[in-house]
Write a protein that binds this ligand. Structure first.
Ligand SMILES: C[S@@+](CC[C@H](N)C(=O)[O-])C[C@H]1O[C@@H](n2cnc3c(N)ncnc32)[C@H](O)[C@@H]1O
Length: 208
């Protein structure tokens, strides 16, 4: 099976990104050597649909990169929605801020700079939607930090849960940490979850 061809087929049959989001992808590609950290259209549209059907208003994103998923989620949020997105790399911050400032949805976004494990406790309130997509080594720590702040019926989406297949036989610290989080979620009576083999793997968790 040609997984790349299937991924491209899935993208072709998925709603297109907005004009501004497409421009953000193009600008990221022009400015940076690699943009493979960007979650991409299938995950982006999944986040968008989940936000719309869940009625989420307060969103936390851990791992902004150049703002692809943040802007996609902000476009999906209601007018009184708010999205906090955490990043520590200033080079990515500059691209993200440019597009947040130019977007009519950018006013919903607060870009929080610094190490996310240190900045998240300073963000006030609870969340009804969280997208976890930052340093894999800290995935279990992020789960411990955010689950108590996730509302009942709140949704957590975890990206890269398959880590290119390495989780089947974890040999690196990152693969081990991702697998550890998946075990934590599976064994946690407070949540129900589904792991989807979409792109690099996405787990959708609902807090009971
Ligand atoms: C996979 S990328 C995020 C991609 C983004 N969600 C998207 O779809 O375009 C992960 C990002 O997390 C950032 N990051 C990694 N460790 C971090 C930390 N400890 N605190 C804040 N940001 C971090 C990286 O700089 C990187 O931009």
């Amino acid at each position: 099976m040609d997984r790349k061809a299937l991924q491209s087929y899935a993208e072709d049959y998925t709603t297109d990104d907005s004009k501004m989001v497409k421009e953000l992808v193009a600008a990221s590609d022009e400015d940076l050597e690699h943009i493979d950290m960007l979650s991409g259209r299938v995950v982006g549209r999944l986040l968008s649909i989940l936000i719309k059907i869940s009625g989420a208003k307060r969103v936390l994103e851990i791992g902004t990169f150049t703002g692809y998923s943040a802007l996609t989620m902000a476009e999906a949020l209601p007018e009184d929605g708010a999205l906090f997105t955490c990043e520590y790399n200033e080079r990515y911050e500059n691209i993200a801020r440019t597009f947040f400032n130019n977007s009519e949805y950018g006013s919903k976004i607060t870009l929080v700079m610094g190490k996310a494990l240190e900045t998240i406790p300073k963000i006030p309130g609870t969340f009804d939607f969280v997208f976890l997509d930052a340093d894999k080594i800290n995935y279990p720590n992020y789960y411990k930090l955010i689950l108590p702040r996730l509302e009942q019926d709140g949704i957590l989406v975890v990206d890269n849960v398959l880590w290119g297949g390495e989780v089947l036989d974890p040999k690196t610290d990152k693969a081990e940490a991702i697998d550890q989080l998946s075990r934590m979620i599976r064994d946690d009576d407070l949540v129900e979850q589904v792991m989807l083999p979409v792109r690099d793997g996405v787990t959708i968790v609902r807090k009971k």
